[in-house]
Design a protein around this ligand. Structure first.
Ligand SMILES: NC(=O)c1ccc[n+]([C@@H]2O[C@H](COP(=O)([O-])OP(=O)(O)OC[C@H]3O[C@@H](n4cnc5c(N)ncnc54)[C@H](O)[C@@H]3O)[C@@H](O)[C@H]2O)c1
Length: 129
């Protein structure tokens, strides 16, 4: 049984699924958060839990963090299509800016309730995880 739980947002996508695979080990139990808009559970090793949540829903993000004692979060959920961002910049902002803000809020609240728990939130939004 792994000692710590790590949540990888966008875990069913390209970068996130590789991070899930790399982190899942005897020391870490890796889980994914993904709305499966472009990602797929088929990208993940078998047995990985996928929390199907859209980060644009503040209520769903808060509920997920309230129910789960994460030790760390790696943020890779993103709208990554340049074509789509040109056609619908508002949707791009909702996912990449507002969704990231909701994750930070939820992680921060969780940290206040479990000070020894969440240690850091890494984001890929700036181009690296
Ligand atoms: N692919 C690369 O070479 C590369 C390089 C550097 C940085 N990055 C960054 O890494 C991050 C991930 O990139 P990727 O290539 O894995 O993209 P990707 O599109 O394969 O993965 C993004 C994942 O986020 C999920 N997602 C999208 N909207 C969501 C929402 N509203 N709620 C929950 N999940 C949602 C998608 O279903 C998908 O699984 C991006 O921020 C990207 O800029 C990627």
């Amino acid at each position: 049984m792994a000692e710590k739980r790590v949540l990888i947002t966008g875990g069913a996508g390209f970068i996130g699924s590789h991070i899930v695979e790399a982190l899942n080990s005897a020391a870490w139990q890796a889980e994914a958060l993904d709305n499966l808009s472009t990602g797929s559970p088929a990208n993940l090793p078998s047995g990985i839990r996928v929390n199907v949540v859209d980060i644009r829903s503040r209520a769903d993000v808060v509920r997920l963090f309230t129910e789960n004692p994460w030790d760390a979060v790696v943020h890779c959920a993103a709208q990554t299509s340049v074509e789509r961002s040109m056609k619908d910049p508002e949707m791009d902002r909702e996912v990449n800016v507002t969704g990231t803000l909701y994750l930070l809020e939820a992680a921060n609240r969780h940290l206040l309730r479990h000070p020894a728990s969440v240690q850091r939130l890494r984001t890929a939004a700036a181009g690296r995880c």
